[in-house]
Ligand binder design. Structure first.
Ligand code: NAD
Ligand code: G3P
Length: 337
């Protein structure tokens, strides 16, 4: 593929790491950052100290705080802001009013209250007026490793196969291997739901529980994710892939995982407000836990692990008691739904 002009909206850890992949592929990359001081640092010093320290940005990345400028004459726009910023970001994109051949979002969450996936939020805001090619990029990929060119595999998914293929061509390189999928529902849900399980594993480890508890939450967690996802129209096999099991493994076991770290601190008895303040970066799993609890109730799907985590986060439940209640449920067959 020839060099393209690409905009990345979001200068956090993930937006910056994806911009590095794109710049390595020879594309001309413009990042949109919210804060002028950050844009200035990235342009002048080629660093992003707050979100990705020890990384030098390639020369073919420029940074602006003007969305219109960022998306001018771009072949593709990548959106990498937290779920809470998706609507505003899409509105700003619509205000810029430029047709875009390809839009890829890389956000992992579900909106509380509306219970919509990220692509559904974007559709509701009218993204189709700018582009008929909307894809999601997801999978086991911590920004810290991607930015250091460590081997990583992800999935790009779109209902439009050509959009998935275009995304694959844009991002793929020898350290960043990209698979395609047409199960956007499953890929988006996998990326969002694994964050809830990572909070749970962190909580358990914060309590001092060991690898058995970790394996239990991960394995019964993927069963729970698959059960809810299938009810919402996803292909169950997607949950065995990179955007499901793959991302669950990395987020529940990596030292870089913010969701795991937040859960761990909660398990050590630190309050949710303090944990979020300490983190200084988005911990998507917290709001997603609220959303998944509501979604499961609405769909009549049993999600005992999510419910236990929800109670710890929002109902003052003690993590020890929540764990005990999970263990004391009625006996079941392993494959029972
Ligand atoms: N960090 C990773 O390794 C990683 C990997 C894969 C996916 N993701 C996902 O990517 C998304 C972004 O995460 P991140 O790690 O870059 O977060 P981050 O906390 O590192 O950075 C968030 C960025 O978004 C900006 N922002 C915050 N609220 C905003 C809003 N309302 N509107 C516009 N911009 C806003 C911040 O200024 C910051 O630049 C999340 O959904 C996350 O789950 C992260
Ligand atoms: O650091 P986390 O827990 O937000 O996870 C980041 C990515 O989703 C891992 O693939």
């Amino acid at each position: 593929m020839g060099a393209k002009k690409v905009a990345v909206l979001g200068a956090g850890s993930w937006g910056t790491a994806l911009a590095i992949v794109l710049a390595d592929n020879g594309h001309d990359v413009t990042i949109w950052a919210r804060r002028y001081s950050q844009a200035k640092e990235m342009n002048e010093h080629k660093t992003n100290e707050q979100y990705l320290s020890d990384v030098t940005l390639p020369e073919n990345i420029t940074v602006t705080t003007d969305v219109k400028e960022a998306v001018k004459e771009r072949d593709a726009v990548i959106i990498s802001v937290p779920t809470s910023g998706i609507r505003e970001m899409t509105r700003q994109l619509l205000e810029a009013n430029r047709k875009i051949p390809l839009v890829v979002h890389a956000t992992k969450g579900i909106e509380p209250d509306t219970l919509l996936r990220v692509s559904e939020m974007m559709e509701e805001e009218g993204i189709h007026k700018l582009s008929s090619n909307l894809a999601v990029l997801s999978g086991p990929s911590h920004a810290e490793e991607v930015a250091r060119r460590q081997p990583t595999t992800v999935t790009v998914s779109s209902q439009v196969m050509n959009a998935a293929k275009m995304s694959q061509d844009l991002f793929m390189n020898t350290q960043f291997r990209v698979y395609t999928s047409q199960d956007m529902v499953g890929v988006e849900l996998g990326g969002a739901l694994k964050n809830v399980m990572a909070l749970g594993v962190g909580l358990a480890e914060g309590l001092g529980y060991g690898d058995n508890a970790k394996a239990a939450i991960m394995t019964r967690g993927i069963a729970e994710m698959t059960r809810l996802g299938t009810k919402l129209g996803a292909d169950p096999l997607t949950f065995a892939g990179l955007s499901g099991l793959g991302d669950l493994i990395v987020t529940c076991t990596s030292k870089y995982s913010r969701n795991w770290r937040a859960g761990y601190r909660l398990g050590r008895g630190v309050s949710l407000d303090q944990v979020l303040e300490e983190m200084g970066m988005v911990v998507e799993g917290v709001k997603t836990t609220q959303a998944v609890s509501q979604l499961a109730k609405k769909e009549g799907v049993e999600v005992p692990i999510t419910t236990a985590i929800y109670d710890c986060l929002f109902n003052g439940q003690s993590p020890v008691r929540a764990g005990q209640l999970l263990m004391d449920r009625d006996p079941k067959k392993e494959t029972e739904h």
